[in-house]
Design a binder for this molecule. Sequence first.
Ligand code: SAM
Ligand code: SF4
Ligand code: SF4
Length: 338
Amino acid sequence: MVLDTFDRPLRNLRLSVTDRCNLRCSYCMPEQDYVWLPREDLLHFEEIERLVDVFIDLGVDKVRLTGGEPLLRRDVPTLVAKLAARPAIRDLAMTTNGVLLAQHAHALRDAGLHRLTVSLDTLHADRFKDLARSDEHHRVLEGIAAAAPLFPGLKIDTVAIRGVNDDELVELIEFGRGYGAEVRFIEYMDVGGATHWAMDRVLPRAEMLATLRTHYGEIAPVQEASSAPADRYRLPDGTIFGIISSTTEPFCHSCDRSRLTADGMWYLCLYAPSGTDLRRALRGGATDAELAELIRSTWSGRRDRGAETRLTERDRSPLIPIDTLRRDPHLEMHTRGG
Ligand code: SAM
Ligand code: SF4
Ligand code: SF4
């Protein structure tokens, strides 16, 4: 096992398979146009597999496919099947916006995907149109309906934003309950790309809990030891939901996650200004042992606690200006994979 400078193990790899997306969520891709990664730079499945095997040897046992929108990557179930064939990956998951899910859900299940998370911020089509600049809300709902029976324990992730969807917390929990899905509310983060972020739009965990207590009564925390970002809670009828308090109460101390972009840049933190170019090493002819050494030495020196550091800053404004994002799209959340 490889530990960083705060004794955090390298265990959890988020694999972005594309930087493209078919939505334009206001908290992630609010601009009119974007600079995309050159297609020739995208890692082929064989290259992804090779890197994943090196990561597995160093202790990674959780892999999540993400993006951009992962279902836009052609043949993604083929990649899922290749990864699912590696028993060392104890947990193989995907996060999707759900638009293309109804048509892919069976293939993903048959390919061996263990778990699925669908992002859903609102139950109202008109709101979705404003939030994600898309008329495809009904397709997200159809995707959830198709996937829920195939992926028991489906998760629904909601970015909770003051003045946008803060009046839907109960509705979303009830919607999830109907599908046996666990809803998790994520605090709005000032990551790269969130150029419309402002502290007063963040709905803190404490406020979410207060709202939910008013409706449901007693809410009990679920006691569990885990490096997972969500704190889980139980409603009086046993329904579980989660809150990811990434902005007001970050969990960097136990963060075992790193991120590989679709073009092979490896980031140790969502907020990290730079990463390690594994594609260059790979295509430059590095052996597996050399790749492993590069990854091991980089992780061993990791000091990142991005969200905690941001918490200490006064007068917070969006993390990265738009012209800087245009110069380096790797700074974008939709490139890093969330
Ligand atoms: N496109 C897929 C989706 O939306 O599910 C996967 C990639 S997306 C970048 C992964 C997750 O990041 C989504 O659940 C999304 O809601 C979350 N996310 C993006 N920007 C965020 C922000 N500014 N604050 C909090 N969560 C954010
Ligand atoms: Fe929305 Fe995900 Fe696309 Fe970002 S990558 S715009 S969060 S659907
Ligand atoms: Fe991990 Fe960085 Fe997020 Fe903290 S801010 S939890 S270190 S990715």
